[in-house]
Design a binder for this molecule. Structure first.
Ligand code: ADP
Ligand code: MG
Length: 312
C-alpha cells in the first residue's frame, strides 16, 4: 500500500503563504479525527455536467482510503459511467448492482476491490452501454446502501461516496436518496453556480442539511484580474461552507488518462494537494475560511505565482 500522506493540523484553517507549507508530507504524524457517525454516506453532486464531480469522487475516495478509512464509492452516473476509468478499475468490473438485483451475483461480488488500497471498493450500478432497469429508483439504491453498511459487520464501511449524474431528473433523485451529506461541486462561473444553487435547494428539500461546496478549476491569474470569482465569492453567493478550492491543473487530465487519482501523484500536484486537504476537512467536519491558491500551470517570472485571498 502506498505510504500515508498526512498534512499538518494547520491545513484546514490557517492561511499559508509558502509553497512548502502546504505540501503533504509523510513526516507529519497526525491522523484526522473522524467526525460524525460512520458509515457516512456522501453524495457528490453539481447540477451542471463536466464541473468535476467524478474527478472529486475519485480523488476523495483515494485520499480517504490512503488515510486508512474503509471506503465504498458508488458510480451512480449509470448513463455516462466513468468513475471506474478514473480509478483505473475498468477491466475488473464483472458484476454491477444490476446483476445483484437480477439475482446473478451477491453484493460482495459486485464490489470491485482497488488495486492500490484493499480498503477501497467500487460499485457500479450497471454495465457500460446497458441501461438501468426503470424500476431502479430511490428505494432500490437506499436498500443497496443499507446492505453495504451491514455487509461486513467486523470491518464496516466508514465512507460511502456516491458520484451523482448531472441534471436534476430521475438519476439525480436516485443518487441523492441514501445520502446524509452532500458535496456540491461547482466551477466559478455563473452557469455552474446557478445550477449549484438550484441543486442546493433540492438537496435541502430532500432533507440533506449538511451541504458543503468544492470550487473546482480555479485560476488564480483570472481571479486576480477579477475575471473569475474567487472561491470565497462563490461561498458567499451560495451561502454554503467551503470544503475545498481546487486549482485548474493539467495534471488532472494526465492522471485521468492514467487511471490513477491525482492525490497519489509523487511529487504531489497542486490540484492533488487541494483534494487531499478537502478529504481531511471532510473527515474532520472542518471547512475553509481562507484560501491560498497556486497558479498550477502558469509560472510567473518569480517562479510560481502565489495569490492569496482572505476570508473571515
Ligand atoms: P463531471 O463528473 O462533473 O461531469 P469530470 O470529473 O468528468 O466532471 O470532469 C470533466 C473534465 O474536466 C474532465 O476532462 C476532467 O479531467 C477535467 N477537470 C476536472 N477538474 C479539473 C481541474 N481541476 N483542472 C483541470 N481539468 C479538470
Ligand atoms: Mg461524472
Amino acid at each position: 500500500m502506498p505510504s500515508l500522506v498526512l498534512p499538518t493540523a494547520s491545513f484546514s484553517t490557517k492561511l499559508s503563504h509558502r509553497h512548502h507549507s502546504t505540501i503533504p508530507s509523510a513526516s507529519h504524524s497526525r491522523r484526522p479525527h473522524l467526525a460524525g457517525d460512520p458509515p457516512r454516506t456522501v453524495v457528490i453532486t453539481s447540477g451542471k455536467g463536466g464541473v468535476g464531480k467524478t474527478t472529486a469522487t475519485a480523488n476523495l475516495s483515494a485520499s480517504l482510503a490512503r488515510l486508512g478509512f474503509r471506503v465504498t464509492s458508488i458510480d451512480a452516473d449509470a448513463g455516462l459511467r466513468n468513475l471506474d476509468l478514473l480509478l483505473g478499475l475498468e477491466n475488473r468490473i464483472h458484476y454491477t448492482a444490476s446483476e445483484v438485483f437480477s439475482g446473478e451475483c451477491r453484493l460482495d461480488q459486485a464490489l470491485v476491490r482497488d488495486r492500490r488500497f484493499n480498503n477501497l471498493r467500487l460499485l457500479c450500478l450497471s454495465k457500460p452501454r446497458s441501461k438501468l432497469p426503470l424500476s431502479f429508483g430511490s428505494k432500490t439504491i437506499t436498500y443497496l446502501v443499507d446492505a453495504l453498511k451491514t455487509l461486513e459487520p467486523e470491518n464496516p464501511v466508514q465512507f460511502i461516496l456516491i458520484d451523482c449524474p448531472a441534471g436534476v431528473d430521475a438519476g439525480f433523485v436516485t443518487a441523492i436518496a441514501p445520502a446524509d451529506e452532500a458535496i456540491l461541486v461547482t466551477t466559478p462561473d455563473i452557469t455552474a453556480l446557478r445550477d449549484a444553487d438550484r441543486v442546493a435547494g433540492l438537496l435541502e428539500c430532500d432533507g440533506i442539511k449538511d451541504i458543503k461546496i468544492i470550487v473546482n478549476r480555479v485560476r488564480a491569474d483570472l481571479v486576480r484580474g477579477e475575471d473569475m470569482m474567487s472561491p470565497l465569492d462563490v461561498q458567499e453567493m451560495l451561502g454554503l461552507p467551503l470544503l475545498g478550492a481546487i486549482p485548474e491543473d493539467a495534471e488532472v487530465i494526465r492522471s485521468t488518462n492514467r487511471g490513477s487519482p491525482l492525490v497519489l501523484n509523487d511529487p504531489p500536484a497542486p490540484a492533488g494537494i487541494a483534494f487531499e486537504q478537502a478529504a481531511w476537512r471532510l473527515v474532520e467536519g472542518d471547512t475553509m475560511t481562507a484560501v491560498a491558491l497556486e497558479e498550477a500551470d502558469r509560472p510567473s517570472k518569480k517562479g510560481f505565482g502565489w495569490f492569496s485571498f482572505f476570508g473571515r
